[in-house]
Write a protein that binds this ligand. Sequence first.
Ligand SMILES: [Zn+2]
Length: 451
Amino acid sequence: MFALYDTLTREVKPLAMREKGKLGIYLCGPTVYGPPHLGHGRATIVYDILRRYLEWRGIEVRLVSNITDIDDKIIERANREGRPWRDITHKCESVWFDAMERLGVRQPTDIPHATEYVQQMVAMISTLVERGAAYATSDGVYLSVESVPDYGALAHQSLDDMLAGGGDREVLGAGEKRHPADFALWKFSKPGEPSWPSPWGDGRPGWHSECVVMSLELLGDGFDLHCGGADLRFPHHENERAQSVALGRSFARHWMHNGFVVDAEGEKMSKSLGNVTNLLDLLDHYDARAYRMLLLQTHYRSPVKVGQDNIDASVKALAGLDAFAARSANLNGTADDVILVRFVELMDNDLDTPNAMAHIFDTVRRANTAIDSGDAAAAGLVAAVHEMCGAVGLALGAVVAVDGDAQAKAAALDAARAAKDFAKADALRNELQGAGWIVETTKAGTTLRRA
Ligand SMILES: [Zn+2]
């Protein structure tokens, strides 16, 4: 039975699925106004591991992950650069999915865009106003948190605690709000800003209203799992949940949050710390699998330090696995069942990937010994290593000869990149991928390997 820590109840409990064998997940996606950072990379990899593992276990997973393509930050950047806001969102979204592909993160099954659901958001806000849970001010429509009996359940803080603490900027508020923690469901637009009609005036939806509408719309009431980074727990997820409570609708049955990416001093990394936090830089400098390896060796709820030391260690660990895959490439067998049962036991316990990885490395050691001594058990151990790595999305590169045609295309790809002809580079990359190659382009050039 797959058990997971639930942020709401603060206990590890079985993931009770609404429909047997089927899991509906909502993952808060990016606001597309800048390059993805390491925190985005962590969240998408953690939930990619979860999804792949559960699919490997035979569960049908529907993963809905949105694109927030209307937001204050997008409008600010558009104004600052004098560009159409859609220009920014389209460009950033394509950069996002490129980065995800390089990370080996599979596309969500559904990718709703906030701007496609504005009508439904207006309808939901109208219902909240009718139910007396929301009210209009001179700058928008707000949810009254005092109309939500258990507001603060996810943050594990009462409204009184929040006020007494007084630290969170989201809790401090405009004078017209009935309570400092009330939050905007709808924001009136200024002249020249993107806007949609509403009964209260032209404007745009608040971020918290976008996700609650898209998740309920696509996954339905009482869907299985809502997840995201720990920084989304409050106020974003609290406020999504508050709206569903105020609507009288049942929301996510289970909440999952992954830990922060921290710098060497243990501080949460912010986007302002320079290029180290940029996911694209990491992808340009290292084997794209290194970040996944590092995250697999860290429990998803713990903070992770991303530094030269542990990235180097991950690259080395990958080299060991690749070398193992190469030396054992001619051994075919059925995966050793005892090994897989232990792996499942570990993964089922709140996605304990650090111990699951230790189990994989231990199996590699045993398999190497078996190969050395000509033991017939080697093939089963080798197959088990491949099964387990596949289940967590770790592609092992058995070293195979790269043919001349592929070699020439890789060289042409590098030349196209150097000439900044990205359309041609993309076309060559697609051709190579179509021929079954895993294509990794770093500053050192393009390398090809087989999955
Ligand atoms: Zn969200």
